[in-house]
Design a protein around this ligand. Structure first.
Ligand code: IPE
Ligand code: IPE
Ligand code: MG
Length: 246
């Protein structure tokens, strides 16, 4: 059985999220500028998106740019934004071919106008696709997301649309950028760092975490398969005992 068929035979994570890390170190290892790493990271994104669609992942969320990443040198930020625009332009065909719907989470309004416009165009053009939902986390920070949700809920409380005693997990969920996505089942982080870096704090409450040494530009189907296979061998108890599950 080939790798993809093999994975399909087991239980798949409905929602897979990836912290794509290590572009800068990958470039430095080769004596190149960090930007070279980002350019090569795009190839890994394309391959991963296609592979996830083929495997049958329903929701794939990629951490592409954090609220904290704005603090990087302007030149690097500009390059990342330009890469975003050029990739969106290039990948529209690939998304359509694979029946993928594009979505974005984060403080999208803070993106440069060109990136914002291109993003919206591709989101609109792929809205009717019914396969995998690909979500890009851009200018995304979980704390900013929670703050934003609280502001929206507060306004509704003030206008008597919601009463404080009725605020529950569903209402909170509905006000997050991820309101149309299920909770994360599997979270992968590459590059050997063991941290979350302000990604999807609410949504990973019961996610399985998988940390890998590989730098993002080197991430291939074999790495994706390794993480999914590992996930398939875990027991998710959600607070219950093992006996209760069987
Ligand atoms: C991940 O790679 C890409 C972004 C955060 C945009 P990094 O740029 O963080 O690479 P390292 O972690 O410095 O190697
Ligand atoms: C997290 O990576 C953000 C993205 C992958 C987009 P960072 O490289 O920015 O995270 P820290 O700063 O090392 O925690
Ligand atoms: Mg990093």
């Amino acid at each position: 059985m080939d790798t993809i068929e093999n994975l399909k035979a087991g239980t798949l994570p409905t929602h897979l999220a990836i912290i794509m890390d290590g572009n800068g170190r990958w470039a430095r290892q080769r004596g190149k500028m960090r930007i070279f790493g980002h350019e090569n990271g795009v190839k890994a994104v394309r391959e991963t998106v296609e592979n996830c669609a083929k495997i049958g992942i329903e929701y794939l969320t990629l951490y592409a740019f954090s609220t904290e990443n704005w603090k990087r040198p302007k030149r690097e930020v500009d390059t990342l934004m330009n890469l975003l625009v050029s990739s969106l332009k290039k990948e529209l065909k690939t998304l359509d071919k694979n029946n993928i719907k594009l979505n974005a989470i984060g403080n999208i309004q803070s993106l440069p106008k060109k990136a914002y416009t291109e993003l919206h165009e591709v989101i609109e053009k792929t809205q009717k696709n019914s396969g995998m939902t690909l979500t890009l986390a851009l200018s995304y920070g979980a704390r900013e997301e929670i703050k934003h949700a609280l502001q929206e809920i507060s306004v509704k409380v003030k206008n008597n649309i919601i009463s404080p005693e009725n605020i529950d997990e569903t209402i909170i969920n509905n006000h997050l950028y991820t309101h149309n996505l299920p909770d994360v089942d599997l979270l992968i982080r590459t590059s050997g760092e063991h941290r979350i870096s302000n990604f999807l704090l609410w949504q990973i409450a019961y996610a399985e975490l998988y940390f890998m040494e590989v730098f993002w530009p080197d991430f291939r189907l074999e790495h994706l398969a390794e993480a999914i296979k590992n996930y398939q061998n875990r027991e998710r108890r959600f607070g219950k005992t093992s006996e209760q599950l069987n």
